[in-house]
Ligand binder design. Structure first.
Ligand SMILES: [Zn+2]
Length: 267
């Protein structure tokens, strides 16, 4: 396994739980991995999680989560629907969910400790799907790899060689490794909140329910920080961002209702 590939696989393992070019909100992104490579990494990571975590046997939880996920992914623009989404529900009490390149979604049964109705569950799944369609994993791997390879890439760029050397050198010039990576992730999280709000609204879920969902998350997070919350923005920043984006999402929600998108997932 070449050294660079090892770094990439490691980086993917780190992003497994979170689980952009130009992002859906118009932000410029460092993303030099191919879509095919990203899909492959997503599939590998998904397989690893499947091997480590038992699947749920709770028929009602499974039905509700599949129903909400189907309602959201079936309303994505055609070019983002891919060849279908694979959704798995895990028998684990963690308040956690993730989505991976290659259109994979994982939800832990513990999510019901925070999501109290189908709209709140849709806020979680919308957020995770938003990470995938915004190519956040590619951005994260690219940024992490660029930072870890820093010296070599910067040298290559100085010598005028390498295809992405210029981009990477520009990034390194912007700040130290940690400074580059951490704020980037918070931007991605805020972006996933806003894009996720639109996705749930287009599917006919009430976007205002994202507010109590994240309040529940925050309360649970204070007991014991779940993995899902660990890299997320501060509660205040998150709620502020959601409230700002809510009026636009409310319009999409009203349009979806008019068109007859009114999911009933029995929860
Ligand atoms: Zn997230």
């Amino acid at each position: 396994m070449p050294f660079r590939r090892i770094l990439i696989v490691l980086a993917t393992a780190i992003i497994a739980a979170a689980a952009c070019s130009t992002s859906p909100t118009g932000r410029s992104q460092l993303a030099f991995m191919s879509e095919k490579d990203m899909q492959q990494m997503g599939e590998q990571t998904f397989s690893q999680i499947k091997a480590q975590t038992p699947l749920s046997r709770d028929a009602q939880s499974i039905q509700v989560i599949l129903c909400v996920a189907e309602a959201i992914t079936s309303r994505l623009p055609a070019d983002q629907r891919g060849a279908g989404w694979e959704v798995l529900i895990f028998d684990d009490n963690a308040v956690n969910a993730f989505a991976l390149p290659g259109n994979k979604i994982g939800v832990y049964e513990g999510i019901f400790r925070a999501a109290r109705n189908q709209d709140q569950l849709a806020a979680v799944i919308g957020h995770e799907v938003a990470h995938v369609i915004a190519h956040h994993a590619n951005e994260r791997v690219s940024t992490t790899t660029a930072t870890q390879m820093g010296v070599n890439v910067a040298q290559a760029a100085a010598g005028g060689t390498g295809t992405y050397g210029g981009q990477v050198a520009g990034l390194l010039g912007a700040g130290a490794a940690v400074g580059v990576i951490l704020p980037f992730n918070r931007k991605q999280e805020s972006e996933a909140d806003v894009v996720g709000l639109d996705l749930m609204a287009r599917a006919g879920f009430n976007p205002s329910q994202a507010i109590p969902l994240w309040e529940n998350m925050s309360r649970i997070g204070k007991e014991k920080p779940p993995e899902f919350l660990s890299t997320h923005p501060s509660d205040e920043a998150r709620l502020k961002g959601l409230k700002k984006a809510l009026p636009e999402a409310e319009k999409l929600y009203a349009q979806a209702q008019d068109k007859g998108f009114q999911p009933t997932c029995g929860f």
